[in-house]
Design a protein around this ligand. Structure first.
Ligand code: AMP
Length: 181
């Protein structure tokens, strides 16, 4: 019998304690990406609700959101937009500050990456406090994007990110949850 989605993903994600600093359980998806069956299943599950719908672009958050987002964009015949840390994009950009666990950072998008009214799906590997995804949603909306959904392989529900995005009126889809942080 085919293992459940939950079992497949849980077995394929590696947990690294105390990375990048003491007390953090880092959920490493490189093992999932390296497992052809698990990678395909994760992408298929994220694509499935949108199959046959009009989606103009997938916006992926640097860096793991690029890998998942590229695969999803291909499946949905959508374009791909990179959302990057400041200073990495070569053309004119729009920038937003967003909150991290400790302090602030800034992310950017090319100013011509979205045409107002375009239907966009936001993608990252994991949602924790939701600060990163919230910044990305605000940036995309500022450019006139309609956010169809925000999707992530992993949810850390105890950190409240999903609730933060839902409070902004964003449909959130995650495939697997890990308790704690
Ligand atoms: P946040 O803004 O708190 O929702 O953090 C989400 C971003 O940080 C995503 O780009 C994740 O890849 C990364 N991240 C946060 N916490 C973890 C964790 N425990 N394991 C792996 N990545 C994480």
């Amino acid at each position: 019998m085919k293992p459940s989605l939950e079992d497949t993903l849980r077995a394929a994600i590696r947990t690294i304690p105390d990375y990048p600093k003491p007390g953090i359980l880092f959920r490493d998806i490189t093992t999932l990406l390296g497992d052809a069956g698990a990678f395909r299943r994760a992408v298929d599950e994220l694509v499935h609700p949108h199959a046959g719908n009009k989606v103009d672009k997938i916006a992926g958050i640097e860096a793991r959101g690029f890998i998942l987002g590229g695969a999803i964009a291909h499946q949905l015949s959508a374009g791909f937009i990179p959302i990057r840390k400041k200073g990495k994009l070569p053309h004119k950009t729009v920038r937003i500050a967003y909150s991290l666990e400790y302090g602030l950072d800034e992310m950017e998008i090319h100013s011509d990456a979205v045409t107002p009214g375009e239907e966009v799906i936001l993608v990252d590997d994991l949602i924790a406090t939701g600060g990163t995804a919230e910044g990305a949603v605000k940036l995309l909306r500022q450019m006139g994007a309609e956010i169809v959904s925000a999707c992530f392989v992993i949810d850390l529900p105890d950190l409240g990110g999903r609730a933060k995005l839902e409070a902004l009126g964003v449909d959130v889809r995650t495939l697997i949850a890990f308790e704690g942080d």
